[in-house]
Every structure is written in C-alpha cells, then in structure tokens.
Design a protein around this ligand. Structure first.
Ligand SMILES: Cc1ncc(COP(=O)(O)O)c(C=O)c1O
Length: 400
C-alpha cells in the first residue's frame, strides 16, 4: 500500500536517493524489516532512548519527500512503550506523508486500557492502523486487520487482474487463498464478547500487569524497562545497583522457565547512534495471567533470588571455540556449520520426532544463545536461528 501510495503521489526523490524510505523507531516490529525488504523500501530506523521511548522530534526530523511511510507503534512489542503518535501523525499530515500505527499488539486492548494517549483515527494524520484479532481479539492465529482512512486508500490494497486466461482475480489481501476459519472464529468471538467482554478481559490484563510491575519493583536488582502502557512489559537489570546485586533478565528467564513460566529473551541492541537498548525479558500479559498471578509473582521472586549477581552470559567460550575451530565470524555459516555452532553453544533444539510430551523443542538455557546472537554479525546470527528452527521440524536421519 505504501508503495502504491508513493507511486501515485508525485514524489520527487532527491538526487542520489535509491529507494523510498520507511521511517520508524528502532523498536518497530520485525515485520516492518520484512516488509521493507519485500517492497524494496529503505528502512530508516530512528534511535530510541535506553528506556525504549523515542523523541517525536527525532522521527519528524527524518520526514521528507522520499518517505513512503512513517510507522509508529501502540505499543511497541519489545518495550511496551506507546510511540508519540499524535506529534508524528500531525507532522506527517502537514507533509502529506502516510502514517501507519502498528497496534497489532495493543489494538484490541488499548481501547479499554486506562490512561492511554490518543493513538488512533481520532488523530487526523493517522492513515492506517493494524490490529491483530489473533492477539487480544482472542481468535485463532491468522486473522489481523489492516484499517485504512477512507475508501481510496483501502482500495489500493486490492489486487485485481483480468489480463490472464483464468478467472477474473480480485484479492483483497496480499495472500490469495486464505482460510476462512480464523475469520469466522474471530467474528464469532467478537460477537460473543461484545464491548463489555473486551472491557472485562482487558481489566484482567490491567490488574495482572499492575501486579507484575508491583512485584518487580519490590525485587532488588530487577526493573521494568521504561513506562509500558498495555499488555507488554520488558524486564531489565537494575543498573543503578552494584553488579553483584543485579538480576540478569536472561538468566531470570531461564530460571523462571524451570518454574513453569515462559518469558521471552530479547537481545540487547546497539543503535546506529551508539545508544544501547539493554537486553531484556518480555512478558505478554493475557487474561490467563491474572489467574496464575500469585504463582508468577512467586516464580519471578524465587528466580531472581537464584540468579542475583550472576554475570550476564557473554558466550566468550563459545566465541573462542568457534575461532579455534576455524569458523569465521563474518562468513555466513552453511547449514552444517550452523548446526555445529548451535551444538557447541548448547543451544541445539530437540527435533519434533524426538520430543517427549510436555517438553519444549528449544534449549532450556537460552542466555548463551542470546549472548551469541548479540555478539555475532547479524547475518551469522540469523543463519543460526534459521538452522535452529529448521532442525526442529526436519525429518529424522538427515545427518549433519
Ligand atoms: C507490534 C506487532 N506488530 C506486528 C506484528 C506482526 O507480526 P507477524 O508478521 O509475525 O504476524 C506483531 C506480532 O507479534 C506485533 O506484536
């Protein structure tokens, strides 16, 4: 859509500009990296502060005639921060630039969440919004909505073709053949819940989020990153304390997993301006969380106690071993080499055909793998992750 929009606008790309830009904060979802590659846009990432917030003025400074789309999130998945949608969409409107709000995560929770800034079509500069019915719409996976301001924008998303010998084609989405089952399920769930149901379920998420944040604030060495609004919370080490008193979020996540809760490891990231976003552990809060809240609070406290003072994984041994074995860190490993590296890092997954019921395919301790991901060049780390996932589903007897 953004590409169609740019094609139809009379954009004059400044001399030397190769491709239209997609401007977004560093915390924008990976899906926009993928989209930029697919649509051949240059992804122009605006650095955030270490707490995950971003200055509106830093985004606005990047807007210009070669910008196809500016994207802000409500909230951003990695940190739970709501980007400055109002100021950015106002500036975009003044410049005639499309402004997308990614509320895949928050779109069906924020309307009932207390004290949220305005982030939706009430802002005149917001031109499109994405919201996932398969997240806080509680529907099965595969049913998200992309809303456009006005019919003309909406119609650009369609693909219609008469110039082939088959049936006249009209696809409303990028995917041609799509299953109607999740659509039907989403419709039934939304009908059944109604606004009152959404309000009740969101209230449960709000209460669970508060409970978790209260607990974390009372655990020495652990902190909540920034000021999340909505059902995503990231935990970081409290760097205001001496190292021996800090709780490393990745060791915490490994330890909490042993107690039956899955919180997600997020690697740290050094942005283009040198400002580092710390490594963290992500929690997605759902209405189920409230029911398990006492156990989760206890698990966070116990796990923090078990790992307090433990230094963050460096993967130094694994990196040294890689070098000793002659693997070059700047060459993308073949599938066989990637598999050897994964095994060396203790991060080889259990293939599905060998999994026992109730166990996970992923390695129990992810901290070392995450440290490797942080330290290796992105194409190498991405090859390792590809191998990890591919090996889970590969048929037996393939060998190395
Ligand atoms: C904020 C946000 N945007 C976009 C997406 C879309 O992700 P995917 O491309 O995996 O459906 C997600 C999914 O987690 C999300 O949380």
């Amino acid at each position: 859509t953004a590409q169609g929009q740019v094609r139809d606008q009379t954009v004059s790309l400044p001399y030397g500009t190769r491709r239209p830009r997609l401007v977004a904060p560093t915390t924008v979802h990976a899906a926009f990296h993928k989209a930029a590659r697919l649509f051949d846009l240059e992804l122009d990432l605006v650095p955030c502060r270490p707490d995950g917030s971003v200055r509106a003025s830093d985004i606005i400074a990047r807007l210009g005639g070669d910008v196809a789309l500016v994207v802000v999130s409500a909230p951003a998945y990695p940190t739970g921060a709501i980007d400055p949608v109002g100021a950015v969409s106002d500036a975009a409107l003044a410049l005639g630039i499309s402004c997308h709000v990614d509320s895949c995560f928050g779109g069906l929770a924020l309307p009932w969440w207390p004290h949220t800034p305005v982030w939706d079509f009430r802002l005149p500069g917001v031109t499109s919004i994405s919201a996932d019915l398969h997240k806080f719409g509680y529907a099965p996976k595969g049913v998200s909505v992309l809303l456009h301001r006005g019919r003309a924008r909406h119609r650009r998303q369609f693909f219609a073709l008469t110039g082939w010998p088959g049936y006249p084609v009209v696809n409303p989405t990028l995917l041609g053949s799509r299953s109607a089952s999740p659509l039907a399920a989403a419709w039934a769930i939304v009908e059944r819940l109604g606004a009152a149901g959404f309000q009740r379920l969101t209230a449960s998420c709000v209460s669970a989020a508060r409970g978790i944040m209260d607990e974390v604030r009372s655990i020495p060495g652990l902190a909540v990153q920034g000021s999340p609004i909505g059902p995503s919370i990231a935990l970081i080490a409290d760097e205001s304390l001496p190292r021996d008193e800090q709780v490393d979020p990745h060791h915490l996540a490994d330890e909490v997993a042993k107690l039956g809760f899955k919180i997600q490891h997020q690697p740290g990231l050094t942005q283009a301006n040198g400002v580092r976003l710390p490594h963290s552990a992500h929690l997605t809060i759902t209405p189920v969380t409230e029911r398990a809240l006492p156990e989760l609070r206890a698990a966070l406290r116990a796990a923090a106690g078990a790992v307090r003072g433990k230094r963050p994984a460096t993967a130094a041994l694994e990196l040294a071993a890689l070098r000793a074995l002659g693997y070059s860190e700047d060459r993308v490993p073949s599938p066989a080499a990637a598999w050897r590296i994964l095994r060396l890092a203790g991060a080889a997954p259990t293939p599905v055909h060998r999994m026992r019921p109730g166990t996970s395919a992923l390695p129990g301790k992810m901290a070392t793998l995450m440290a490797l991901v942080e330290r290796l060049p992105a194409p190498v780390a991405e090859a390792l992750l590809t191998e990890l996932l591919a090996r889970v589903s590969e048929p037996p007897d393939r060998g190395v």
